[in-house]
Write a protein that binds this ligand. Structure first.
Ligand SMILES: CC(C)(COP(=O)(O)OP(=O)(O)OC[C@H]1O[C@@H](n2cnc3c(N)ncnc32)[C@H](O)[C@@H]1OP(=O)(O)O)[C@@H](O)C(=O)NCCC(=O)NCCS
Length: 183
């Protein structure tokens, strides 16, 4: 897991939200995580080119890789009443390292997703981004969260187990729904 180094307040956010969290990855690389802003859409083209087709498939369950402009717009322009997203960046805020999100699906349930730049997998960034997602879920007052994960995606399934999520199998034998219900 990444080590946390400190935090400072972010502008224009309610107390307790919008903080910038400084972390250090397992390879000692410093990074920061903060709420995603609409203008962060500029980071997506470079990020997309650093995500393998396989990782894109595991996140979006669609083939082709890349992020279409309308998709980037949807991912970066959302209503904070119903969604939260968190971006990981290098300390100079020049490169996007990963992103996580949670959006309300049905009243008090939310769907989450996370993706880390392919060359940075296994360094604790996914774990840190998932911590933010769970805080976001609480800010949205969700009672439970779930995510759709390919059965072969052992890293995501391991990560979800660490957060106490329960895996449920549905009709599609290639997919697992991982779920966490808050006490
Ligand atoms: C799945 C994903 C988000 C995980 O993020 P990550 O930064 O690679 O994962 P982490 O380094 O935080 O590791 C998560 C867990 O996987 C396991 N793990 C990671 N690397 C491991 C390794 N080399 N050996 C054994 N277990 C390992 C550990 O249980 C780890 O938990 P830890 O926090 O105790 O170390 C990332 O790999 C990714 O973007 N994959 C492609 C997209 C995707 O699958 N998204 C999920 C769809 S919802």
């Amino acid at each position: 897991m990444a080590d946390e180094e400190g935090a400072e307040g972010g502008p224009d956010w309610p107390p307790g939200e919008g903080a910038v969290r400084a972390i250090r990855l397992a390879d000692e690389r410093p990074a920061l995580i903060r709420p995603l802003r609409p203008e962060d859409d500029r980071f997506y083209p470079a990020f997309a080119s650093a995500v393998t087709e396989e990782d894109h498939w595991m996140r979006f369950l669609t083939v082709g890789g890349g992020f279409r402009p309308e998709q980037v717009r949807r991912l970066t322009h959302f209503d904070r009443e119903d969604a939260r997203a968190y971006i990981a960046l290098d300390p100079a805020e020049a490169e996007m390292l990963g992103v996580s999100r949670i959006h309300r699906v049905d009243g008090r349930e939310g769907e989450f997703a996370v993706i880390v730049r392919s060359d940075l997998k296994g360094l604790g960034l996914g774990h840190a981004l998932m911590e933010e997602v769970l805080l976001g879920a609480k800010a949205l007052r969700l009672a439970s969260v779930w995510g759709l994960v390919l059965r072969e995606n052992w890293m995501m399934l391991a990560l979800c187990r660490e957060f106490g999520m329960v895996a449920e199998r549905g009709d599609d034998p290639t997919l697992v729904t991982v779920r966490l219900t808050f006490p």
